[in-house]
Every structure is written in structure tokens, then in C-alpha cells.
Design a protein around this ligand. Structure first.
Ligand code: HEC
Length: 187
């Protein structure tokens, strides 16, 4: 008697072909039950547990992105972002008011330079005079040299307005300008 004949068979018999009654492999059973358990939890979670569908997840992520964009530091604005604001007379005038209140004491009401450098000439100590350079220096300041750090004191909107205002006065040739400081930037 061969080993096969010892193996229990089911009583299925198809044209003399009999079916072994082998147990299913453990790995198969484990996987099978795992899928059932998973499906059960999945169903409970999404049908009754308030699990978010893709649409809800998307709108949550979008809201988060908008929040970040709203709060994101002025120094993360691109040159193009700031250039868009530079065309607005309203923003420039807001910058003008802020400059008078916060900056004129050191840079002069006409930006001609007093303790701080002249901001209307072609010379820059920090950066290349791009909008992003100006925004960055306003934010971080140069505490060692007497330029305060404004990021903790001003809103991003205010830093943006100051940036475009300062840039708008480039080449305005105020009277009694302070002697140039820094590197001449040809642009
Ligand atoms: C207490 C004096 C003081 C105040 C107030 C001040 N600054 Fe300054 N600022 C300075 C000094 C000093 C420097 C030069 C720093 C250096 O030598 O590195 C400077 C540098 C700068 C520069 C870089 C200039 C360059 O050549 O690279 C910009 C831009 C600037 N300030 C903008 C502002 C703005 C905008 C405000 C108002 C929010 C402001 N500053 C307020 C003293 C001041």
C-alpha cells in the first residue's frame, strides 16, 4: 500500500479521481484569517469610525498647506512673490509708514543713512540688493552691528511691505546721503 493511499481522502470522487483531505498550509490559513480581520477593521473604521476618505484627506491637507503659506516667513518668499507686491502703491505706502515708525531713526527718513547705511544707493553690505536679500536682512538683522532683528517684532506682511518700500527707493538720491558702505552691486 503506497503512502498516498493512507492519506485521508474526502468522499469526492470524480470519474475515479479522488480528492485528498489534506489540511491547508498554516501560512495560507494565517493569511486568509488576517485578511478577514483586516477587512473587518477596515470596514468598521471607514463606515462607522469616522475614517476619512480621500476627499476629506485632501481637503485637510490643502487647509494645512494654506495655513502654512499664510504663516510662512517672509524670507521664504521668492523674488517673484515679492515682485508682485512691489507693484502695489498701497503696500509701498504701508511700508513707508512702517519705515517712518521703526527704521527712520537709524536709516534716515529718506533712507539716506544715519547710524545704519544708506539704503538707496548701489552699495550693499549684505546680499545683492534683491528683494529676497532685503527681506532676509530685515528679518534676521545684524545684532552685532546694531541692525535689530525684526522677525520677532513684525508680522510677515509688515516685513514684506518694508521690503518693497525699501526697494522702491533705490536710486532716489536723497540729500546728504551717507557714504557708501559695502560692495557696489551693478544691477
Ligand atoms: C538701531 C538702528 C537700526 C534700526 C532701528 C534699523 N536698522 Fe537697518 N541697519 C542698521 C545698521 C547699523 C545696519 C548695518 C549692519 C552691518 O553693518 O552689517 C543696518 C542694515 C540694514 C540693511 C542692509 C543694508 C546693506 O547695505 O546690506 C537693511 C536692508 C536694513 N538695515 C533695513 C532696515 C529696516 C527695514 C528697518 C526697520 C524695520 C531697519 N533697518 C531698522 C541699523 C538699524
Amino acid at each position: 500500500m503506497s503512502e498516498d493511499q493512507d492519506t485521508p481522502t474526502t468522499d469526492h470522487d470524480y470519474d475515479g479521481i479522488r480528492e485528498f483531505d489534506n489540511p491547508l498550509p498554516t501560512w495560507w490559513l494565517v493569511t486568509f484569517f488576517a485578511t478577514i480581520i483586516f477587512a473587518f477593521h477596515y470596514w468598521i473604521h471607514y463606515e462607522f469610525g469616522g475614517g476619512m476618505d480621500q476627499k476629506a484627506e485632501l481637503s485637510q491637507d490643502m487647509a494645512q498647506i494654506q495655513q502654512l503659506q499664510h504663516n510662512h516667513p517672509a524670507s521664504l518668499d521668492t523674488e517673484e512673490d515679492l515682485q508682485k507686491l512691489a507693484g502695489s502703491a498701497e503696500i509701498i505706502s504701508r511700508g513707508h509708514d512702517l519705515f517712518g515708525a521703526k527704521c527712520a531713526v537709524c536709516h534716515g527718513p529718506e533712507l539716506q543713512g544715519v547710524i545704519g547705511p544708506n539704503l538707496t544707493d548701489e552699495y550693499w553690505i549684505h546680499g545683492q540688493g534683491r528683494l529676497t536679500d532685503i527681506a532676509l536682512i530685515i528679518r534676521s538683522g545684524v545684532p552685532d552691528k546694531g541692525m535689530p532683528n525684526w522677525e520677532s517684532q513684525l508680522q510677515n506682511e509688515e516685513i514684506r511691505a518694508l521690503t518693497v518700500f525699501v526697494a522702491s527707493r533705490k536710486g532716489s538720491h536723497p540729500v546728504n546721503p551717507k557714504a557708501p558702505q559695502g560692495e557696489k552691486i551693478a544691477n
